[in-house]
Design a protein around this ligand. Sequence first.
Ligand SMILES: Nc1nc2c(ncn2[C@@H]2O[C@H](COP(=O)(O)OP(=O)(O)OP(=O)(O)O)[C@@H](O)[C@H]2O)c(=O)[nH]1
Length: 314
Amino acid sequence: MDTPKNSDQAADFKFGYVTIIGKPNVGKSTLMNRIIGQKISITSHRAQTTRHRILGIHTDPEKQIVFVDTPGIHSVAKKSNRKTINRVINKTAISSIDGVDVVCLMIPANGWTDGDKLVLKALEHVTTPVVLVINKLDKLRSINDLLPLIAESNELYKFADIVPVSAIGRGHNDNVDRLMEVLATHLPHAPAGFDEDQITDRSFRFLVSELVREQLFRRLGDELPYATAVEVTEFVLEPERALINCDIWVEKDSHKSMVIGKKGEALKQIGTFARKNSEVLLERKVFLELFVKVRSGWSDNARDLYSLGYDEGS
Ligand SMILES: Nc1nc2c(ncn2[C@@H]2O[C@H](COP(=O)(O)OP(=O)(O)OP(=O)(O)O)[C@@H](O)[C@H]2O)c(=O)[nH]1
């Protein structure tokens, strides 16, 4: 790993890699989205230096957790039948978790299935800590229903920890923060491996607004009113797609018509090209919506507004 970027980090900062495995539909993606939210990075160049595909990076003042995909072991969890298991309980599956500090095995709160138990077999000789994440807590009638499940789980495997959560985030206590704390206890003391600025969406927001600006210049050239700015108002990065809204601020109605063009043709072209370039940048499908807005006299504060747009929500 490269040298850390955040020199002001505390000495007890934790950094490491975590993978979440479990059968389809158990809620792995939901948990990822819940943890990572908008702060997701798949395109970081540094990601190429790791052995696993990076799904997302969580950074807070105490820790940086890199969530990675481990296809070998993942396929065990997905197929979950004895034949497959026998084939993959071998070096492929096990080596795929090499370099990962914690494995999260996710099961639903309604209990172990045979498939889940087979996954445990694949983890039998693994020395990496395995944290059992019992998801869909909100579906239980009473929290007491968890006790037998926890007891059974302890019989089945020597889990490093067992954490019930509700990845969907409903209810008062979804326990996801608790899971993050537990994960951190199993991570080594190390400085962040990724520069926070590089991996959060802030830089992407900025770059996307630049791509929109670039198209504004290309389409309108010298005609482009001086006081035009682009503000990213919504920026949601999901693993497969990005949902982005931008406001294009102009000073006068006449400028607005210029940006929109005849029958909306200019704005459509700006949007299409900016979207295509954003898709290259973000390496996923982009849904980009542009809104042209008039705010008279705002250009005096143009710089402030411009920078506000980048910071918002990050
Ligand atoms: N009630 C409840 N539903 C949940 C929870 N977490 C996830 N779900 C739902 O379970 C379904 C499957 O969730 P995913 O996150 O797509 O599951 P996955 O494990 O990523 O599935 P694969 O991509 O097929 O491996 C979705 O309809 C979620 O909304 C939870 O905590 N409570």
